[in-house]
Design a binder for this molecule. Structure first.
Ligand code: LMR
Length: 394
């Protein structure tokens, strides 16, 4: 049987992670995978999460199964965090999933169950795993213009033009904030224009929100998702807790299906639970439990929000430093967009040969499309990167 298997294409992000690990150079710099690192290069367990774990260690009395859709308290807490009071609670069906990726995957499967003909419109570029999951599921992915390679900003006119071709029943995948891989984001006015267009076309938005709190703040980063959920009849939302709670390996995420036709909620909820049962049965609990504890305890929550804000401000400071350093070295504003982008990533617009030279000659690892993880830098390595970009002919 196994002789029928063929090799799978390597995941570029994970491949780069491996190459970095194997590089013996001491001064190498990892700007690859989207993992937050502090100035010491450490991905810490957040203070509030650690405190919640201590508390839970004392309080936990059983490890018996939870509910198929995850603990209702987790779903309520996350619906509150992402959607605030933008929609009625009764409009939301939700299920915990193994990480944001698991939630995206369940979302794709739910839409395919509801409409096997649905195509998914994806930004060009998007997170590579969106494309490979769609391919794996046999769902047609249709790219829409998103990133203007000349300005390194959003090509909004191109995006709207391409979205004009969506059909009723198609799904349009949007990044709620902190676009991965570009760092270039729509503003709220632009999101509102997208909402109008999708409603006119009777297409369904699906939002992937993995970096809430890393861009302009916890509430500001949720505003677009809230506007879409409030403004469209139906919305799918996949939210990750990996990054903003720093619990990557705990695999904690949630899929929400919002419908303003409240009578549909029970059936949608049943389908979400069914999908969990078919794919992995009960979702992981530990990370979800920590998130629930942090969000529901005012002291833990305040400390978590404060630490997340430090993380966010740190990334903005690094962006400003890098843009200023490149301005100083090149004498031009060509890289000014780095300070305007938001979230963990920026696509620098460097040629593949430059990216290669940076890796081979300077030990600086970034994705082949020149996406960098801003949080892989610190104030000492920013000038090193800027100088290397200039030396490599970027
Ligand atoms: C990334 O884009 O680097 C992260 O979302 C991690 C991953 O799984 O790809």
């Amino acid at each position: 049987m196994f002789e029928n298997l063929h090799e799978q294409p390597a995941d570029k992000i994970l491949q780069l992670m491996q190459a970095f690990r194997e590089d013996p150079r001491k001064d190498k710099i990892d700007l690859g995978v989207g993992v937050y690192r502090n100035a010491e290069g450490v991905t810490p367990v957040m203070r509030a999460v650690k405190a919640a774990e201590r508390k839970w260690w004392e309080e936990e009395t059983t490890k018996v199964y939870t509910a198929l859709a995850g603990e209702p308290a987790f779903c309520d807490a996350m619906i509150g965090l992402v959607l605030g009071d933008a929609v009625e609670r009764d409009a939301v069906a939700a299920a915990a999933a193994p990480g944001g990726t698991g939630a995206v995957r369940q979302g794709f499967e739910l839409m395919r169950m509801a409409n096997p003909k649905a195509r998914v419109f994806v930004s060009s570029p998007t997170w590579p795993n969106h494309l490979s999951m769609l391919d794996h599921l046999g769902i047609e992915a249709v790219p829409y213009r998103y990133f203007d390679a000349d300005t390194c900003a959003v090509d909004f006119a191109g995006m709207l033009e391409d979205l004009e071709t969506v059909h009723a029943g198609d799904v349009v995948l949007l990044h709620g904030c902190c676009h991965n891989p570009t760092g270039a984001n729509l503003n709220l006015t632009q999101f509102k224009a997208v909402i109008e267009l999708l409603n006119a076309k009777r297409a369904t938005p699906m939002i992937d929100i993995a970096y809430q709190g890393f861009g302009d703040g916890l509430t500001a980063d949720a505003l677009a998702t809230r506007a879409v959920a409030a403004g469209c009849p139906e919305t799918l939302i996949a939210a990750s807790c990996s990054k903003n709670f720093g619990i990557y390996r705990e695999r904690t995420g949630i899929l929400m299906a919002v419908s303003h036709d409240i009578g549909r909620r029970a059936v949608v909820q049943g389908n979400l639970a069914h999908l969990n049962r078919q794919n992995f049965s009960f979702p992981p609990d530990h990370g979800a439990r920590m998130v629930t504890l942090v969000l529901s305890d005012p002291e833990l929550r305040a400390d978590w929000e404060a630490e997340l804000e430090e993380v966010r401000e740190g990334m903005i400071a690094l962006r400003e430093q890098l843009a200023a350093e490149l301005q100083r070295l090149t004498g031009s504003d060509r890289f000014g967009f780095v300070a305007e982008h938001r979230g963990m990533f920026s696509r620098l617009g460097l040629a593949p040969e430059v990216v290669e030279t940076l890796r081979v000659d300077h030990g600086i690892y970034m994705l082949g499309d020149s996406r960098i993880n801003i949080a892989g830098l610190n104030s000492q390595t920013v000038p090193v990167l800027a100088q290397a970009i200039v030396s490599a002919g970027g």
